[in-house]
Design a protein around this ligand. Structure first.
Ligand SMILES: *Cc1c(COP(=O)(O)O)cnc(C)c1O
Length: 393
C-alpha cells in the first residue's frame, strides 16, 4: 500500500482522535524511518519515548520471536520465567522491593493511585485519600488519571471525574505544606520532569524537601516515571538523578522497546499493600512483552546510560551554541530534551518533517526530542542539521 491508500483507509475507518502529522511510516533502521515510498526521516521521537533501542534491533526482535514460539500468553494465574526475571532486574535497578506489571502508563498510574489510597486507608481509615498533583502535569487518559492531570484542558466532557485530587504549583514547597496541613492528603504524585507539560524539570531542592515533608506525615511520595523512566534521563529512573527515593513509581513507555507494557514499583514500605485480589490485569507481564523488556534492559547497561547522558548534553550544548533568536531556552536531562521556541512549536515540527526530521512538541512553547536511547552521533548530527535549518529560517 502507498501512503495515500493508508491515509484514506484511516480517514474512513478510524475514530479521528489524533492530530496526526502527514506521514506514513513503513519501516526503520537505527534512528532512521522510511515511508512506503522510501522517504527517509531521522527520528527524534521514538514513538513518544517508546522505541528505546531503535528500529530493526535484531536481538530485540529475536527475543520476541523466540518467546512467541515458546509461549505467547498464559495470564497471571501461572508463573513464567521472563516475568520473574524481569521483576528481579527491575527491583534491583530501581532500588525498589516489588513490581506489579500492567500494560500502559495510564493503567500503571491507576494502580499507583489505588496503592496510595489503600496504604493510607489500611493505616488511618477514612478521610485521608486526597492525592496532590502538580499543575502542568500529565498522568494519562483514563477518567481517574485525567482527574489527576493538572491541566484544565483535560477536565472537560467526561464528567463526573474521580474525586480526591488537588493541584499545587511545581517548585513551591509552601503550597505543598499548606495543602498537606489540611490533613486529608495520602500522597503527592509528581513527574520529576514534566513531559507533556513542556519538558519542565522539577528543582532538586524542591524534590528533596517534598521527600522530607512527606516523611514527617507518613504521606507517600509517588513518581510518575512513565516518560522519564528506563534510562531516558541517563539514569535508570529520574529519581536517581535527584537522589531521592520515592515510595512507589510507575513506568511504561520505554520498558519493552515498542511492545505495550507498564507497571508499578513499590518500596519495602508499600510493596505489600496489595494482597491477593486487590489489583489485577489480564495482559500484565505478558511473556512476549517481558522477554522484549529483558532484552531492552540487557542493552541499556551502565555504559549505554552514560552515553544517553553524554549525547543529551551534546544536543543541548549544540542547540545553545547556535545562538538563534528562535530559541528561547533549552532544557531537560539525558535524551529528554525541550527547546522552547519563539512561535508555534507545531509549525516548526511540520517544517522539520518536510526536511526529513520527526520531532515532537510539548506544552505550548516547546519542541521536544525523545530519540531512541541508542541513537548514534551521526544520526544526531543529521537530525540537528535539519533542526538548525528550520530554526534559522
Ligand atoms: C505517556 C504518559 C502517560 C500515559 O501513558 P499511556 O501509556 O499513554 O497510558 C502517563 N504519564 C506520563 C508522565 C506520560 O508521559
Amino acid at each position: 500500500m502507498n501512503s495515500n491508500d493508508i491515509k484514506q483507509l484511516d480517514s474512513q475507518h478510524v475514530m479521528q482522535t489524533y492530530g496526526r502529522f502527514d506521514v506514513a511510516v513503513d519501516r526503520g533502521e537505527g534512528a532512521r524511518l522510511y515511508s512506503p515510498e522510501g522517504a527517509e526521516y531521522i527520528d527524534f521521537t521514538s514513538g513518544i519515548g517508546v522505541n528505546s533501542v531503535g528500529y530493526g534491533n535484531k536481538p530485540w526482535a529475536d527475543a520476541i520471536y523466540a518467546q512467541a514460539l515458546k509461549l505467547g500468553h498464559i495470564s497471571n494465574l501461572y508463573y513464567t520465567e521472563p516475568y520473574a526475571k524481569l521483576a528481579k532486574e527491575l527491583t534491583v535497578r530501581s532500588g525498589m522491593s516489588r513490581v506489579f506489571f500492567a500494560n500502559a502508563g495510564g493503567e500503571a498510574n491507576e494502580g499507583i493511585i489505588k496503592l496510595a489510597r489503600k496504604y493510607s486507608h489500611d493505616k488511618y481509615g477514612d478521610g485521608r485519600s486526597t492525592i496532590l498533583t502538580l499543575f502542568q502535569s500529565f498522568h494519562g487518559r483514563t477518567v481517574t488519571t485525567l482527574a489527576a492531570t493538572g491541566q484544565e484542558v483535560f477536565h472537560k466532557h467526561f464528567f463526573p471525574f474521580t474525586e480526591g485530587f488537588r493541584n499545587i504549583p511545581a517548585n513551591d514547597i509552601a503550597a505543598a505544606e499548606l495543602e498537606i496541613a489540611k490533613g486529608d492528603v495520602c500522597a503527592v504524585f509528581v513527574e520529576l520532569i514534566q513531559g507533556e507539560g513542556g519538558v519542565l524539570p522539577l528543582n532538586r531542592d524542591y524534590v528533596k524537601r517534598l521527600r522530607c515533608l512527606c516523611d514527617e506525615r507518613d504521606i507517600l511520595l509517588l513518581a510518575d516515571e512513565v516518560q522519564t523512566g528506563i534510562g531516558r534521563t541517563g539514569k535508570f529512573f529520574a529519581y536517581q538523578l535527584y537522589g531521592v527515593q520515592p515510595d512507589a513509581a510507575t513506568f511504561a513507555k520505554g520498558i519493552a522497546g515498542g511492545l505495550p507494557m507498564g507497571g508499578l514499583l513499590a518500596s519495602e514500605k508499600t510493596g505489600s499493600v496489595f494482597g491477593a485480589g486487590d489489583h489485577a490485569t489480564t495482559f500484565g507481564g505478558n511473556p512476549i512483552a517481558a522477554a522484549a523488556a529483558l532484552e531492552v534492559l540487557r542493552q541499556l547497561d551502565g555504559a549505554a546510560l552514560d552515553r544517553v547522558a553524554e549525547n543529551g548534553e551534546y544536543i543541548r550544548d549544540t542547540v545553545r551554541s547556535w545562538n538563534l533568536p528562535a530559541v528561547r531556552d533549552v532544557r531537560g536531562e539525558g535524551l529528554m530534551i525541550g527547546v522552547s521556541v519563539a512561535g508555534n512549536p507545531k509549525d516548526f515540527a511540520k517544517k522539520c518533517i518536510e526536511k526529513g526530521l520527526l520531532i515532537l512538541t510539548a506544552g505550548s512553547d516547546a519542541l521536544r526530542m525523545l530519540p531512541p536511547l541508542t541513537i548514534t552521533r551521526e544520526e544526531i548530527d543529521a537530525g540537528l542539521a535539519v533542526l538548525k535549518e528550520v530554526l534559522s529560517d
